[in-house]
Design a protein around this ligand. Sequence first.
Ligand code: IMP
Ligand code: MG
Length: 179
Amino acid sequence: MDHPADLNLELYLTEIEISERVQEMGEQISSEFTSGKLLIISVLNGAFIFTADLVRNITINHELIFTKVRSYNGIRSGNEIEHQLMFDGRIKGKNVLIIEDIIDTGKTLDFLLGEIDKKEPASISVAALLWKPDVYGYPHKIRYVGFSIPHEFVIGYGMDYNDYGRNLKDIYIFKNYKS
Ligand code: IMP
Ligand code: MG
């Protein structure tokens, strides 16, 4: 069961619902980072589509870089975190905004916040399209949340199951999910 045709998917958020919310998030971010230097750090791979849409709704000047952090294998949040941070000394003194596709247990975010904090930013905030409050296990505040969702595994709009399904325009619940 690793081909999209074999996946049992249920439509959860439509392309239109996503795009309306992403526009609102962009407007809010644009109105709130009015002083200092804004450095956006997008977390690959899953956030690539959300980032492309969100930054085009951000009207203030900012730098955009990418980092690569991964803790998932299939549908399970793994214990090992693989990363290629690629920060290149860009963080010090800046207001950092992390863009994540989805925050589940929070383990990936916790790791990333620790690494960014070491580089002495002026501030760190997080924007996540999706957040699973029922499984989130850390105290870090998620400043911008697109949608809070139940404890389900979702794919589409950049999010994958073993790298399949990232291309889907809508977001679907993967019904074969068993926790
Ligand atoms: P966490 O470390 O448990 O918070 O997991 C965060 C990362 O796992 C996200 O950035 C996603 O890449 C991936 N992930 C978590 N939940 C899902 C899901 O429902 N669908 C697809 N990827 C997910
Ligand atoms: Mg991710």
